[in-house]
Design a binder for this molecule. Sequence first.
Ligand code: NAP
Ligand code: COA
Length: 315
Amino acid sequence: MPNRSPNAKDWDLRLQKRKMSGQQAFSYVEKCLESYKHVFNPDILRDKVVFITGGGSGICFTITEVFLRHQCDAVIVGRNVERLRKSADTLMKATGRRCLYYQVDVRKPQDILNAIDETLKVYGRIDYLINGAAGNFLCPLESMSYNAFKTVIEIDTLGTFNTSKAMYERYFKNNGGVIINITATLHYRGQALQAHVGSAKAAIETLTRHMAVEWGPDRIRVMCVAPGPIADTEGMRRLAGGVLPEALTQGIPIQRIGERVEIGNVCLFLVTSMAELLTGTVVVADGGSWLASSNDFAQRSKLFTSVSNSSRSKL
Ligand code: NAP
Ligand code: COA
């Protein structure tokens, strides 16, 4: 039996955590912004179409909203069709634009191809692809199962490849387009308890450069947006129990975490003609967080234990 760290039994709460995460993710109903201030022309995306993986929830729900508020039409895809339906309905009511939804597991290329074909039948075009589908949980390498690591790589990295390649084959190759891959900053410093996601996002940032080089001549720009901690998201609920402790917030140069709408606005900028010189690059949108915040394994372990304990009390 290998030596185990003093905290090892805390890591074995993973099954309880998984159960809790599933319950939260599937019962949460998304809400639109109470108000939105247009900086760009509100018409700037009129009659364009955006296809967003993971658009049924969290950051990608709000990216979708920002695009719709600029007269785009949208398609959101994910596995939970009931949540997608509710989210599409909410988005259409709030913005007056069209939002289709399809059940897609980004690990299954045929699901993606079917959704793209259906989208093209309805809208006749797709201008932007946003790869936001992802999976995450806190876990030290020591107790991460082989399948846990593989699962995150399959959703994040292979999911991004599968969706981008399907989009290229079906439409972008002949029509051009913009691809935005949502990554993170976890891999820049080897964030504790995040080896699986850090590895997956690092691969996506590398893939982005390859796609930008090979597909640039086809008038396709490919970029990443790397958010830091973003309020009111599943990511924050899983990684910090929902609210970042004040001591950690104070470590962020801008003294606060980000808002979902700020990531939506960055993505909006990247698809406009103002960003036509940008491709193969990563826009880090984190208020300087990764440069300055602590990455101490012992401290992160305490956070993990407290998140696990609060999860257990909700079971
Ligand atoms: P979220 O609401 O849980 O978004 C993840 C989405 O991915 C969900 O809508 C989920 O929908 C979808 N998804 C998961 N597995 C899928 C699969 N196999 N096939 C298709 N869709 C799948 O979490 P979030 O916190 O807003 O995160 C959104 C993105 O931002 C992620 O890429 C995340 O890594 C990144 N990010 C978040 C933060 C943060 O602070 N929250 C920080 C940095 C980066 P279904 O369950 O319906 O499939
Ligand atoms: N800690 C450690 N391991 C975990 C875990 C956790 N909290 N949650 C899942 N796993 C492991 C499982 O035990 C399993 O490994 P095993 O077969 O060796 O036991 C493996 O990961 C796959 O889990 P499974 O539940 O079958 O995968 P899934 O494909 O149904 O779900 C997840 C994928 C695990 C990423 C799930 O959390 C999810 O759907 N996430 C989407 C939402 C999300 O993560 N949002 C945040 C984005 S930042």
